[in-house]
Structures are given as structure tokens and as C-alpha cells.
Design a binder for this molecule. Structure first.
Ligand SMILES: Cc1cc2nc3c(=O)[nH]c(=O)nc-3n(C[C@H](O)[C@H](O)[C@H](O)COP(=O)(O)OP(=O)(O)OC[C@H]3O[C@@H](n4cnc5c(N)ncnc54)[C@H](O)[C@@H]3O)c2cc1C
Length: 386
């Protein structure tokens, strides 16, 4: 098994690395500080084809796969996580459900604009009363036979990319009936932005990811055509479990990027900053800390690339995706804490990238399945579930 990048992926990595350093790094601090969505950077990412990376060319994509997406996410997150999560959510949660489960008409309608970044898609699963326990969905959708429309009612919370000026759709999960045992039949339904009765709250005030868009959504008798059902009625739960399994690989790549960014910044600072007449990096305590950070970022990279390779090869990847997400998010938090420590007081100042990385790291242990949920999945794969 070889986890080194092919020449094409290495070229993609270099292109995104250059973009992150030349375009994202000089501007993102300002957007972050003012909690603004970085439209100009996102537009440029669209022009580069990043939103279409894992989709076939016939839908306007780049013909790549999850490895390509992971490589791009890692390089973006080395510099900034808000733009990386905008890409991750746009691709894995916004466009991928339509590619995997959409009819040909739905793919043709949405994918070309999603792939170019002209519009962003979002995925609304989490509700105020439950995220980890996604089967407890309370949002409902029923067919009105008179008009052949779904009528949707409910609330979703913490939804990424759901309220920008370029958000085109949100796919929501809703209870559409009951199984013989009384359990909910959950389905996924595409709701275009601007549909009457669909309202988007003001952005949350967040600890991190401050240049990314996260909103609460409410649905009050929202009507969409019956043809907006995504995939089979009652299969929404199984669909989003698959979507989240794949998304975990993307989040693991993003977390690896943040962890590596902490190493990059720490190496630079350890050489520049002097204390007691010599660079702080001349102290073994600092060297060892950075060596450990590098070890963790490297190992996280092997883990997400392993999970992505299995996915691309069509092999089972559920356990490996959970392992990669659990490990990379844990070490991203570790590295962010250590990088901040290495920067001393400056590490607590927002103008230093490590301060942003520290704030952005915590959510990685929560979003797209908490660390506890990853442990539950791994234990289940080991045959331990009760
Ligand atoms: C910035 C941001 C962006 C997000 N983007 C999206 C998005 O685009 N789409 C979307 O649908 N969701 C999104 N989310 C939601 C996110 O996926 C959920 O917050 C996450 O899944 C956890 O759900 P919860 O917040 O309801 O926590 P809960 O499920 O209430 O969990 C609370 C705590 O209890 C623990 N816990 C729960 N059950 C168990 C158990 N059985 N055993 C042990 N521990 C347990 C959890 O691990 C956690 O520590 C986003 C969240 C944030 C903060």
C-alpha cells in the first residue's frame, strides 16, 4: 500500500497550497475578525474547480475523487479552517447527496452550479433536540395529494452554508411516515432557498469558524414538489449515514491540515522568537513538543488517506473513516493547544494564525459526529455493540 500522492494529486496539492498562501492567508484574518463570509475567496475556489473535485465532468466536475477532495481540504486548513469547512460542507453535505441519490433530472438541475461554486448546497440533519441521535428527527413532511407537494414543518440547527447569498438549496431530513413497529420513516427532501415558509435565522455567534456560515432554519408549511424527494421515501436515515461516513474522511483531512498548520507556524516562530539570548527553538522542550506535533499530523494524514483509498477502491471504510476522524480531531486540538503555548502571549492574539487555529480546533471533535459517536461506531465495527 502506497499513501504517497500520484503526480496529479501532488500537482493539485501544490496548486491549493499556493492559493492558500497567496490568496487566503493575507485576507482571511479580516473576514474572521468581522465574522464575514469570504465571498471573493469562495468565488475563486469555485473558479479553480474545487467544489467539483470529486464529481464527473459531465456534471461540471473535475472527475476526481475523495482523495483529491481530502488533499485540497488539508492544504486549505493548513492556513484557514473557515474556507476549508465551506468547501467540505459544500461538497460532502451539499452536492454529494444529490450526486449519490438524485435522479438524473435532479443531478442536471443542481450539480453544474454546485460544482462551479455558483451556488452552495447545505445539509440539514441536526435539530435543536438532537444531533448525535439523528433518528430522533422531529421535522415532518407529508404529501398534499391535492397539489402533489411535500408540506414540511420543523426546525434545523447549526446548518453550515445554509444562509449565504449564494446558498441554492438545503437538503433536509424529515419524518414522512411510520414503520410497522412505530419507528419513524425518515426521508431527504430538497428545499430550494427562498421557498415561502423557509426562514433562515441570523448567523450564530461562534467560538471559531467565524468566516463560515452557520444558521438555524425553520420550516413552516413549506411546500415543494413531490419530485424534490431525494432518493427513496423512508431511506433518508440510511442515506445520511453513508453521507456522514464519507464526510468524516473529509473532516479528518481538514483536521490534519489544521494540525499541520500548527506545526508550520510553530517551526517558524520557534526560529524567530528569542528568549534568554537564543531562539526558543534551541530548547529541547520546544523541539520535542514540535516533533510530537509533526508525528501526530503525519499519522493523521496516513489515517485519512487510508480511509479515502478504501472508499475510492469501493471497499468497506466505515471503521477507518471513524478512526481517522477521531484521531485527527483529537490531535488537531492537541496541536492547536501546543502551538498556542509555543507562541506565548502572541498565541492569544487573534492576529496570529495559531489563535485562529486554537479557536477552530474544538468543533472538529463535535461536528459530523462527536468523538463519542466515533468511538461508538468503532466499537460497533468491532462487534461490541449491545
Ligand atoms: C459549527 C457547526 C456546524 C455544523 N454544521 C452542521 C451541518 O451542516 N448540518 C447538520 O446537520 N449539522 C451540523 N452541525 C451539528 C453537529 O453535527 C452536531 O452538533 C453534532 O452532531 C452533535 O450533536 P448535538 O450538538 O445535538 O449534541 P448531542 O447529540 O446532544 O450530544 C451532547 C453530548 O453528549 C454526547 N453523547 C450523546 N449520545 C451519547 C451516547 N450514546 N454515549 C456517549 N455520549 C453521548 C455527545 O458525544 C456530546 O458530547 C454543526 C454543528 C456546529 C457546531
Amino acid at each position: 500500500m502506497d499513501h504517497r500522492l500520484s503526480p496529479e494529486l501532488e500537482e493539485l496539492r501544490r496548486t491549493v497550497e499556493e492559493f492558500a498562501h497567496d490568496v487566503v492567508a493575507p485576507k482571511i484574518g479580516e473576514f474572521y475578525e468581522h465574522h464575514e463570509f469570504p465571498y471573493e475567496i469562495v468565488r475563486e475556489m469555485g473558479r479553480m474547480g474545487l467544489f467539483g473535485l470529486p464529481f464527473p465532468e459531465e456534471y461540471g466536475g473535475m472527475g476526481g475523487d475523495y482523495l483529491a477532495l481530502g488533499v485540497a481540504l488539508e492544504e486549505l486548513a493548513r492556513v484557514d479552517s473557515s474556507v476549508a469547512i465551506t468547501l467540505e460542507a459544500g461538497v460532502s453535505l451539499g452536492a454529494m447527496p444529490i450526486f449519490l441519490y438524485g435522479t438524473e433530472a435532479q443531478r442536471q438541475e443542481w450539480l453544474p452550479r454546485l460544482c462551479t461554486g455558483e451556488i452552495l448546497g447545505a445539509f440539514g440533519l441536526t435539530e435543536p433536540d438532537g444531533g448525535s441521535d439523528a433518528g430522533a428527527t422531529r421535522t415532518t413532511a407529508r404529501i398534499d395529494p391535492a397539489t402533489d407537494e411535500w408540506v414540511i414543518n420543523g426546525t434545523k440547527c447549526f446548518i453550515t452554508n445554509s444562509g449565504t447569498d449564494i446558498t441554492g438549496l438545503v437538503t433536509v431530513t424529515a419524518v414522512t411516515g411510520r414503520k410497522p413497529d412505530g419507528g419513524p420513516r425518515i426521508s431527504s427532501i430538497i428545499v430550494p432557498s427562498g421557498t415561502p415558509g423557509f426562514s433562515v435565522a441570523a448567523p450564530y455567534s461562534k467560538v471559531g469558524w467565524n468566516a463560515s456560515d452557520t444558521r438555524e432554519l425553520s420550516f413552516s408549511d413549506v411546500r415543494v414538489p413531490a419530485a424534490n424527494l431525494l432518493g427513496e421515501e423512508g431511506r433518508g436515515y440510511a442515506q445520511f449515514l453513508r453521507i456522514l461516513d464519507e464526510g468524516r474522511i473529509a473532516i479528518a483531512a481538514l483536521a490534519t491540515g489544521l494540525a499541520q498548520g500548527c506545526v508550520d507556524e510553530s517551526v517558524k516562530y520557534a526560529k524567530e522568537r528569542h528568549a534568554f539570548g537564543r531562539p526558543i527553538g534551541a530548547n529541547q522542550a520546544i523541539q520535542f513538543k514540535i516533533a510530537d506535533m509533526e508525528m501526530k499530523a503525519h499519522t493523521a494524514r496516513l489515517a485519512w488517506r487510508d480511509a479515502a483509498s478504501r472508499l475510492v477502491a469501493g471497499e468497506p471504510f466505515k471503521k477507518e473513516a471513524a478512526l481517522a476522524k477521531l484521531y485527527s480531531s483529537t490531535i488537531a486540538v492537541d496541536n492547536a493547544r501546543d502551538a498556542t503555548q509555543i507562541h506565548g502571549g502572541y498565541g492569544f492574539m487573534n492576529e496570529y494564525p495559531v489563535a485562529r487555529m486554537w479557536r477552530d480546533s474544538k468543533i472538529l471533535e463535535i461536528g459530523e459526529g462527536t468523538s463519542e459517536v466515533q468511538r461508538m461506531l468503532i466499537a460497533r465495527e468491532l462487534g461490541l455493540a449491545g
